[in-house]
Design a protein around this ligand. Structure first.
Ligand code: HEM
Length: 179
């Protein structure tokens, strides 16, 4: 996993539970480094281990925490991978795979962001199909929610399970959602 994600998790943990607890956590869990480099890649197992130990330590709900963490990461993601200025949020979502995740892969050969399948159904709607062996749907939903908060657009997210670990995420302007 990209060092950016682990570094953001460190920042997220410190913001929620304090630097003192992070230091204690990483002292007690010897496999967990106290600092991560965003230019590096870390083993996925390391990322999942940190999540699992943090969840146990702080008695967190995994899904809620992943959504919250996804939202937290958005400002930094937007700083590092700047979307085009004339894009609205649906344009950004439409281009996440071909432009943004593609750039992530180009800049960091060891990064493997999920291969999203995206369809722009019209000016008011984008559908993202998410399937990844990492099973981080809720992180993706958090990223989308964080983007909605950032762009301050009135968009609604609807998730449908298509098959095991294969989801359709529809993001639609509220004004066009059928009642
Ligand atoms: C500005 C937009 C975005 C940026 C800059 C961005 C960037 C990244 C980066 C750097 C990673 C780490 C990749 C790795 O370590 O292999 C990642 C992973 C991920 N991205 Fe994105 N992303 C964006 C938008 C989205 C959106 C809209 C989704 C919605 C589904 C999404 C879903 C995910 C998920 C779930 C992961 C975790 C890895 C996995 O599931 O395999 N991202 N992204």
């Amino acid at each position: 996993m990209h060092g950016l994600v682990l570094r953001e998790f460190q920042k997220y943990y410190i913001k929620k539970f304090g630097l003192f607890d992070w230091m204690k956590f990483t002292r007690e869990e010897r496999e967990i480094p106290s600092h991560f480099e965003i230019t590096m890649n870390y083993n996925d197992n390391m990322f999942f281990y940190i999540l699992q130990r943090a969840i146990l330590r702080q008695q967190l709900d995994k899904k809620k925490m992943l959504v919250d963490f996804g939202k937290f990461m958005v400002p930094f993601l937007l700083k590092v991978y700047q979307p085009k200025e004339d894009w609205n949020l649906l344009d950004l979502l439409e281009n996440t795979e071909e432009e943004i995740h593609h750039t992530v892969r180009m800049r960091n050969k060891e990064a493997h962001p999920p291969r999203l399948r995206v369809v722009r159904w019209g000016p008011e709607e984008v559908e993202i199909r998410y399937s990844s062996s990492r099973k981080l749907l809720f992180l993706g939903l958090g990223i989308i929610q964080g983007l909605i908060d950032h762009y301050k657009e009135d968009l609604k997210i609807q998730v449908r399970k298509l098959a095991p670990e294969n989801y359709s995420i529809r993001v639609t302007h509220r004004s066009s959602v059928q009642k």
